[in-house]
Design a protein around this ligand. Structure first.
Ligand SMILES: [Zn+2]
Length: 100
């Protein structure tokens, strides 16, 4: 009988750093991408899991910003995630797709 040894990895260690790359100061995110992230979070919640965005450079959970063009910021390196320039058009598309 073969015994398979399993390996346990702390979740934060599954984050792949961009080794040797300089991270941008800001990252643009579209409304469609944010919607997909929110859907993943909702699915996770229904399975008793929190899906939380982390900075891949610092492996730190991001600070969420509400009611702003700024969506997230890293508490360690200061990198920021902003709504992209097509945000409002993408929101309209999402709402039309869902018949609202
Ligand atoms: Zn960071």
């Amino acid at each position: 009988m073969t015994i398979h040894k399993h390996t346990e990895i702390p979740g934060v260690d599954t984050i792949n750093n961009y080794i040797g790359q300089t991270p941008p100061k800001t990252v643009d995110i579209g409304a469609v991408a944010m919607k997909a992230l929110q859907q993943a979070q909702t699915i996770g919640l229904h399975k008793w899991m929190a899906i939380i965005p982390y900075c891949v450079v610092c492996k730190e959970p991001l600070i969420w910003v509400r009611n702003s063009k700024l969506l997230f910021k890293c508490p360690k390196c200061g990198m920021e995630w902003h709504k992209n320039g097509n945000w409002n058009e993408e929101i309209k598309g999402i709402l039309e797709k869902h018949g609202k």
